[in-house]
Design a protein around this ligand. Structure first.
Ligand SMILES: Cc1cc2nc3c(=O)[nH]c(=O)nc-3n(C[C@H](O)[C@H](O)[C@H](O)COP(=O)(O)OP(=O)(O)OC[C@H]3O[C@@H](n4cnc5c(N)ncnc54)[C@H](O)[C@@H]3O)c2cc1C
Length: 507
């Protein structure tokens, strides 16, 4: 059936967390978007729970972090159990103190998270169009021509760019014919959101390690509510099809003393670890689960998709404002694919350590880890390293074509270290220059000439501890990463960098 046609700057296929954040960021940057989703309504199940500190820092840039901090749940400790016996309690407290304003592990269920993003987009005049399915597209003449299907009729959408945020079974990835190599774990997982009582439903995280599987009890914000994630034993998986909560719940109830009053959501799923061979072809990009999927160990999946969106948004905005800046888009794939591959490998190792049935792994899991974890976690450098890895605040783009120089301990490509006052200007979502100490006249002149604000922060000892160098120059990207770090005098080489990379202020 012939149908309507539409036109936009960026067509976003998929309104999960990745597509919603991309739409939010682009809209804030003045880019017109069309956001479609084939599902008739937003997700209603909790799925990803962890919102990492780096995600909250991005949200602080768009004024959203406080809403999540207010509604989410801070996890104050992890308790390790071995075969039903409580063996260790590791307090988390302000684990990342001094690293980030969001120094604590935060839990906020994905459905509530999506609802918050949707309402923020509505305030900005953007609605998710649903149910609207992307069924095909082609690139020709510097445009994307996409075919969308809604209620039996077809729509042609012309856009400058297409963002494939359409999840693990991505249509965009399929049309691009991009390989998605990796594998599927043999274990079957289950998730359940429950109303419950008992020692592990005390607002803390509880992990029960067994000979060949595990069970985790995550606190939810409402008292008496918890999320259980576990692996289903092979014998149970074989004997019960389809599985029901009663088939898997016995261990939680017996070993951990969880008294389950009501099950609000139960699902089983297989976990894959795959990274697409390429994240871009021409004017089409892959982001989020469409580009990479991995084990939920460490709560990284959704946060990584959000990181993809923030990385791509300002580059798209720059290219749309001035096509001569389109070279910036070339940095999206190398910056994000490198991180996705590392993440898939590390979550794979962590996951195997948790479920490996071998005698050595079992001994490590049930004897060594519970014995040494609490003492290890008392060592400040260990706490800090663990936090920086899991919170994604250690993610850097040092190998990127956009990254240049080093000043103090900060390299081009590093996340701008947080020193209390210096994150506020990041809310401009635009390029900026930071100096900690004093700035010379050449820098002031460059800042005015290029309309890139110069922020000078009076020197404090804490800045050196964070790795910054007094009077050095840091050119900061719209996503809060350092592009150029320099101890040269004058303008620190910024004018030459801006000319070479064809960078201009976004607004
Ligand atoms: C049962 C379950 C439990 C999970 N638990 C965890 C967890 O504990 N921790 C964790 O980190 N992660 C977990 N995840 C993974 C997490 O939910 C994903 O990483 C996250 O949703 C990825 O976001 P996304 O926006 O990239 O993709 P998705 O959330 O999958 O969103 C993709 C969207 O695209 C839409 N779409 C698909 N095809 C089309 C098309 N052709 N046209 C238009 N729209 C389309 C879909 O309807 C969907 O809304 C879980 C996932 C599941 C399913």
């Amino acid at each position: 059936m012939a149908g309507r046609s539409s036109e936009t700057e960026v067509l976003i296929a998929g309104a999960g967390p990745t597509g919603l954040v991309l739409a939010l960021w682009l809209t804030q940057l003045g880019v017109r978007v069309k956001l479609i989703d084939k599902a008739p309504q937003a997700g209603t199940t909790s799925r990803a729970l962890a919102v990492q500190a780096r995600t909250l820092e991005f949200y602080q840039q768009v004024g959203l972090s406080q809403a999540i901090v207010d509604r989410g749940h801070r996890v104050s400790a992890i308790n390790l159990w071995v075969k039903g016996t409580g063996t260790a309690r590791v307090p988390l407290g302000n684990l990342g103190e001094g690293v980030t304003p969001f120094a604590f592990p935060m839990i906020f269920p994905q459905d509530e998270h999506e609802r918050l993003l949707i309402s923020r987009l509505q305030e900005l005049g953007v609605e998710v169009e649903r149910p609207v399915e992307l069924i095909g597209f082609e690139e020709a003449g510097g445009q994307i021509r996409a075919t969308l299907s809604a209620a039996g009729s077809h729509e042609t959408c012309i856009s400058s760019y297409l963002a494939g945020c359409d999840g693990a079974r991505s249509k965009v990835r399929e049309v691009l014919n991009t390989d998605f190599p990796g594998g599927t774990y043999h274990h079957l997982f289950y998730v359940a959101d429950v109303e419950a009582a008992g020692p592990p439903v005390n607002g803390e995280l509880h992990v029960d390690l067994e000979d060949s599987d595990f069970l985790a009890v995550f606190p939810l914000a409402d008292t008496g509510h918890a999320r259980l994630i576990g692996t289903v034993r092979d014998t149970i998986a074989k004997d019960h099809e389809p599985l029901e909560f009663g088939d898997v719940s016995e261990r939680a109830m017996q070993n951990l003393g969880v008294n389950i009053k009501q099950v609000n959501w139960f699902s089983t799923y297989r976990v894959h670890h795959r990274v697409a061979n390429s994240f871009r072809r021409g004017r089409t990009f892959l982001l989020g689960d469409a580009a990479h999927i991995h084990s939920p160990v460490g709560g990284q999946g959704m946060n990584t998709g959000i990181g993809d969106s923030v990385n791509l948004a300002w580059k798209l905005a720059a290219s749309l404002k001035d096509p001569s800046s389109a070279g910036l888009l070339e940095s999206y794939e190398p910056e994000r694919i490198a991180f996705a591959r590392r993440l898939a490998a590390t979550t794979d190792r962590a996951f195997k350590a948790v479920v490996n049935p071998g005698a050595m792994a079992r001994w490590l899991r049930t004897k060594v880890i519970p014995a040494v974890a609490p003492s290890l976690f008392r060592i400040p450098s260990v706490r800090r390293a663990a936090f920086r890895t899991v919170s994604q605040t250690a993610v850097n783009y040092r190998g990127s074509p956009l990254s240049c120089g080093v000043a103090g301990k900060v390299h081009g490509g590093d996340r701008l270290p947080w020193v209390g006052v210096n994150f506020a200007p990041l809310s401009s979502l635009d390029w900026q220059i930071h100096v900690y100490g004093g700035a010379g006249a050449a820098l002031e002149a460059l800042s005015q000439r290029h309309r890139i604000p110069l922020h000078v922060f009076p020197w404090q000892a804490s800045m050196e501890a964070a790795g910054l160098k007094r009077n050095a120059v840091y050119l900061v990207r719209p996503d809060g990463y350092v592009a150029l770090a320099s101890t040269e005098g004058g303008d620190g080489g910024i004018a030459a960098y801006l000319a070479e990379k064809r960078i201009k202020a976004l607004r």
